[in-house]
Structure formats: structure tokens, C-alpha cells
Design a protein around this ligand. Structure first.
Ligand SMILES: CC(=O)N[C@H]1[C@@H](OP(=O)(O)OP(=O)(O)OC[C@H]2O[C@@H](n3ccc(=O)[nH]c3=O)[C@H](O)[C@@H]2O)O[C@H](CO)[C@@H](O)[C@@H]1O[C@H](C)C(=O)N[C@@H](C)C(=O)N[C@H](CCC(=O)O)C(=O)O
Ligand SMILES: Nc1ncnc2c1ncn2[C@@H]1O[C@H](COP(=O)(O)OP(=O)(O)OP(=O)(O)O)[C@@H](O)[C@H]1O
Ligand SMILES: N[C@H](CCC[C@H](N)C(=O)O)C(=O)O
Ligand SMILES: [Mg+2]
Length: 500
């Protein structure tokens, strides 16, 4: 593709160099090959402009940079290279990639889910509803990506625009007509989804997380708002908003002002409501009250948070043109999401649950649900959890408090310590946990901690293994090792059985 075609619509500060052919668009020098256009941009940890020489060595034909100095250097040192200076690297990258992949984002109906918790679950549910209606989809999110049923690994909740557009392009070529994606606050803030024309935008909830990145809840709120208020280029056609959340009304107001139609949902308020909820450990049902009728909904998912997630997915599916009859008929067969309230059963007389709760709000909801379930058996709630390293430290004591307040016994352990000292993370949790006077033990080794939690359980109890959900690895200072809560728990349960 000619450089002029790739750069069409990109706001350039300066341009120089020849009229080159572009064979690929890359934002990482390590992916550059012959004919690539390399977008060199300043990041939070390194300056991509440092890698311009590497890109040239790999036979890049064009450099787009967010640095005036780097632009001058390319013009002087590499006259054979097309040089373009832009103000915002990631916004330019999004436009360049959209041009390069022939605008697949305009050939798909895009639904985006944002919020602190529930994005993965809601996205899976919506994808399932669309698939049941014979619509081919792309799914993008934390666990994995799907392109017309083909499963692909997911390095991020929301990939860089270039990778996203490549997935969309693959989808379009496979006959996909809809894309459902999780949109993280990091992605919104950085411009990874800049220019994407969302048809439906979903807000699940806003509670404390990621303050290491956003600084304050107000900044975090504004990052998420960008999906609704036209900041990305245009507002969504429909905004599906959780009106039970304390921030819901603000999202709805700003989306409406921007021109979106609002589909509000909530358990008791909102246009899409759940009435007569009946909850079981292995499923639930309720009557969906919608603006144009009502329908009986049955699901394999359980818990109040999943009533919200289902309402969001149902409202979004209706916004995408499915009928009430279609969504009601499909909901019962939608599978549970891996690592979200996933039970581990080796025939033991108590329940073991693996869940991805990694915020204080999610932990509190999870424990409250477990409490409901043990009420009839008279059992206890035993909670194992940790906090991720190199992430929001302010949530650590709050998670400690949430765990201690609701549980009968807590096992405090490591999540993904990343570059941090595991014991230091545990120390940050203690003030909140100790304030609750709940009995607890601290064991930084997660496998050993799981054995302790399961070992402490007796008939009728619920053991919650929180924080890592579907994850198959644990990241420590020494590297990333294979680790899976479900299989560790299964091994422990089987051994416990053998020992009688
Ligand atoms: C805080 C954050 O979002 N960081 C992401 C971001 O980093 P950054 O902007 O600081 O970039 P950088 O690493 O400084 O590099 C700058 C530029 O130099 C380039 N580079 C770098 C090295 C090199 O040798 N050559 C080269 O060209 C990089 O590709 C990049 O273009 O862009 C990088 C390139 O895509 C990501 O790898 C990195 O993810 C880090 C590892 C990360 O942990 N991100 C997490 C926090 C994240 O994004 N999470 C969210 C949401 C989680 C949720 O769902 O709650 C997500 O969407 O996944
Ligand atoms: N609607 C909800 N409200 C509050 N908590 C929820 C909700 N849905 C799920 N949770 C809790 O949050 C955990 C993570 O859920 P999910 O993976 O769907 O969220 P997410 O927003 O995709 O998270 P992440 O940002 O880490 O990708 C679940 O295991 C559950 O404990
Ligand atoms: N998307 C979240 C996932 C956290 C999962 C938890 N296991 C952890 O490592 O903190 C994050 O990157 O902050
Ligand atoms: Mg997710």
C-alpha cells in the first residue's frame, strides 16, 4: 500500500521523504520487517523512539514519530525513509492501522463493554446470545479472543489498535458481522480504541481499582466515560447503562447529551429489570421486564452480580436487533465463564469455588453470595485471596477488610507478585484484615495456601479461591511459572480423599 493511502486522515505535524510502499504497520520495533511502517512513541516505561535505528536496520520504509527530535534525526540520517511527525502516537497508530487493514471496523457492528468488574462475563454472554442467533462474531477480552469460533490467545484485555484491527480484518474475511470487546480504562486512556465506531457501549460498574494508573476515581471515571461521550470520534448509537451503580446516572446523562439512545438496566430500577430472582449454587432464573414485554430468563450463572451481567448482555443483544423470544430461548444454554464462580468438584462434602475477584467490591460480593449458600447447610465461608504486585496498592487493605468482614476464616496469600516482594504485599493487606478480627493465616506460597484452605474445610463449608480465576500462570520476580487454581485445588482434593 502507498504511504499516502496509509496516512490518509492522519493529523501530521511535519512530513518528509520519498513516496514509499508500506507492507505492514507496527508499534513495536521487535515486530518490524521489510517494508514496515514503524510508529515510534513515548510510553510509560520506555521511549519507542529509541528503537528507530533498529527498525531501519530491519528495513522499515517509513517512521511515524511523536517526537520532533526523532523526526529531525530520521530526515537527516535516513533520507530513503518516509518520515512523519504526529502529535499523538497511539491516535495516529489507530488511524494508520485502520487504513492499512481497509477499515474492518466499519464492516462490523461493534459492541464495547467497560466497567471495573463484569466486562469479561458480559462480553462472553453477549457473544453467546449473538452466536445463538446465527451471527458470526469476533470476541476480544481478558481470557482469550475468538474469531468466528477460532480461539486465539489474548495478551491484554484490550489490545493495541493495530492488533485489534488485524483481528477485525481476519473476522471480516471469515464472514463475521459483529464484534464484542472488553474496553479497559487503560485502553481508553491511551487511545487504543481511538476512532472505533461503537454501535453499542455497555457500562457495568465503577468501583475502586487501577488507581496506580489513573490516580483518582474521578480520572478513572473520565477514562471510562470516553466510550460514551463521543471522545473516541463519535458516541455509541446505544448506551447500555447499569443504573444501580452510583455512577450510572452520570454515564447515562453524558451519553444522552452526546446523542446516544439509553438502555438503562438494574435489578429494581431501569428499563431492563430482573424480577422474581431465584438463585441456586448452579444457576438462577428471573423474569426480564423490558420496555416492549417480559420474558422468563434461566441461566447457568449464579449470583447477584451475574443478574447485572445478564441484564447488560440481554439489553445489548436487543439493541443489536435480537428479539425477546430469541434471547429468552438462548439464555439457558449459555455456558459459565471460565474462572468466574467455577466450582471444583472431586466428590468432597464441601464446595470449592475459583473466582476472579481481585477488587474489594468483587470480593465483598463473592463472599456475600457464598454466605447465602452456606446459610442452609450451616457451613462456614473460608476465603483465600492475595493482591497483584505492580498494581493499585490502595486496594490492598480494602481487600483485607472485605475478606475479613465477610468470612469465617481467611488464608492470605500471593496473587501475581510480579516485581514485588510477596511478603511486602501481604504486609499491605494486614491493616484491613486485622481490623476485622477474623481468624486468618498468611502463607505467601499459593499452592501451599490452597492446601491449607482446603484442608481447613469441613462438610457444608464453602472455600473461595479468589483473584486468579482462569489464569494459567503466576508471575513472580523470578519469572512466570505454570499455575492454575483449579488444577491445584483438584490435586489437593484428590489427595485429601486418598488419605480418607
Ligand atoms: C500501563 C500500560 O498500559 N502499559 C502498556 C503500554 O505500555 P507503555 O505505553 O508504557 O509502553 P512502553 O512499554 O513504555 O513502550 C513504549 C513503546 O515502545 C515500544 N518498544 C518497546 C521496547 C522495544 O524494544 N521496542 C519498542 O518498539 C513499545 O511497543 C511501545 O510502543 O503499552 C505496552 C505495549 O502495548 C504494553 O505492553 C503495556 O502493558 C503493560 C505490560 C501492562 O501491564 N498493562 C496492563 C496494566 C494493562 O494494559 N491492563 C489493561 C486492563 C486490565 C483490566 O482489565 O482491568 C488491559 O487492557 O489489558
Ligand atoms: N457485575 C459485576 N459487579 C461486581 N462484580 C462482578 C461483576 N461481574 C463479575 N464480578 C466479579 O468480578 C470478577 C471478574 O469478573 P470479570 O472477569 O467478568 O470482570 P472484568 O471486568 O472483565 O475484570 P478484568 O478487568 O480483570 O478483566 C468475577 O470473578 C466476580 O467476582
Ligand atoms: N486486569 C487486571 C487483572 C488482575 C488479576 C489479578 N490476578 C492480578 O494479577 O492482580 C489487572 O491487570 O490489573
Ligand atoms: Mg476482563
Amino acid at each position: 500500500m502507498k504511504i499516502d493511502e496509509v496516512t490518509a486522515g492522519v493529523e501530521c505535524v511535519r512530513r518528509a521523504g520519498p513516496d514509499v510502499e508500506v507492507a505492514g504497520v507496527e508499534y513495536d520495533s521487535r515486530s518490524v520487517g521489510a517494508g514496515s511502517l514503524f510508529v515510534a512513541m513515548r510510553g510509560g516505561s520506555v521511549d519507542g523512539n529509541r528503537y528507530v535505528a533498529d527498525a531501519v536496520r530491519e528495513d522499515a520504509t517509513a517512521i511515524v514519530t511523536d517526537s520532533a527530535a526523532a523526526f529531525d534525526e530520521v530526515v537527516q540520517a535516513y533520507p530513503q525513509i518516509a518520515a512523519i511527525e504526529v502529535r499523538h502516537g497511539r491516535k495516529a497508530l489507530a488511524q494508520l492501522a485502520a487504513n492499512f487493514f481497509h477499515h474492518p471496523e466499519q464492516k462490523l457492528a461493534l459492541s464495547g463493554v467497560t466497567g471495573t468488574n463484569g466486562k469479561t462475563t458480559t462480553a462472553f454472554l453477549l457473544e453467546g446470545l449473538l452466536n445463538q442467533a446465527q451471527r458470526k462474531t469476533v470476541l476480544v477480552g481478558t481470557i482469550e479472543c475468538h474469531v468466528a469460533g477460532k480461539v486465539k490467545p489474548s495478551p491484554h484485555t484490550t489490545p493495541e489498535s493495530r492488533d485489534l484491527l488485524e483481528l477485525f480484518d481476519e473476522g471480516v474475511r471469515a464472514g463475521v458481522t459483529e464484534a464484542v470487546m472488553e474496553v479497559s480504562s487503560h485502553a481508553l486512556d491511551q487511545g487504543r480504541v481511538h476512532g472505533l465506531p461503537f454501535d453499542v457501549a455497555i457500562f457495568t460498574n465503577l468501583t475502586r481499582d487501577h488507581l496506580d494508573y489513573h490516580g483518582t476515581m474521578e480520572h478513572y471515571f473520565h477514562a471510562k466515560l470516553a466510550l460514551f461521550d463521543g471522545t473516541l470520534g463519535q458516541p455509541p448509537r446505544v448506551a447500555v447503562v447499569n443504573i444501580d451503580d452510583e455512577h450510572g446516572a452520570r454515564f447515562a446523562l453524558r451519553a444522552r447529551e452526546a446523542g446516544a439512545e439509553i438502555f438503562s438496566y438494574g435489578i429494581e430500577t431501569g428499563e431492563f429489570r430482573a424480577e422474581e430472582i431465584r438463585m441456586r449454587t448452579n444457576g438462577m432464573s428471573f423474569r426480564l421486564e423490558a420496555p416492549h414485554g417480559a420474558a422468563e430468563i434461566t441461566s447457568r450463572l449464579t449470583g447477584r452480580v451475574n443478574v447485572h451481567n445478564l441484564l447488560a448482555a440481554l439489553a445489548a443483544a436487543l439493541a443489536r436487533g435480537l428479539t425477546l423470544e430469541q434471547v429468552a430461548a438462548s439464555s439457558a444454554s449459555l455456558p459459565c465463564v471460565p474462572g468466574r464462580f467455577q466450582t471444583v468438584d472431586a466428590g468432597q462434602p464441601f464446595t470449592v469455588v475459583v473466582d476472579y475477584a481481585h477488587t474489594d467490591d468483587a470480593l465483598r460480593n463473592l463472599i456475600a453470595l457464598a454466605r447465602e449458600f452456606v446459610q442452609s447447610s450451616g457451613g462456614r465461608v473460608l476465603t483465600l485471596f492475595g493482591c497483584g504486585g505492580d498494581r493499585d496498592k490502595t486496594k490492598r487493605p480494602l481487600m483485607g477488610r472485605a475478606a475479613g468482614e465477610g468470612s469465617d476464616f481467611v488464608v492470605l496469600t500471593s496473587d501475581n507478585p510480579r516485581s514485588e516482594e510477596p511478603e511486602a504485599i501481604l504486609r499491605d493487606v494486614l491493616p484491613g484484615l486485622e481490623a476485622t478480627h477474623c481468624e486468618f493465616i498468611a502463607e505467601p506460597d499459593r499452592a501451599r495456601a490452597i492446601a491449607l484452605a482446603v484442608g481447613a474445610a469441613t462438610a457444608g463449608d464453602i472455600v473461595l479461591l479468589a483473584g486468579k480465576g482462569h489464569e494459567k500462570t503466576q508471575t513472580l520476580r523470578t519469572g512466570t511459572i505454570p499455575f492454575d487454581d483449579v488444577s491445584v485445588a483438584m490435586t489437593v482434593l484428590r489427595e485429601r480423599r486418598k488419605q480418607g
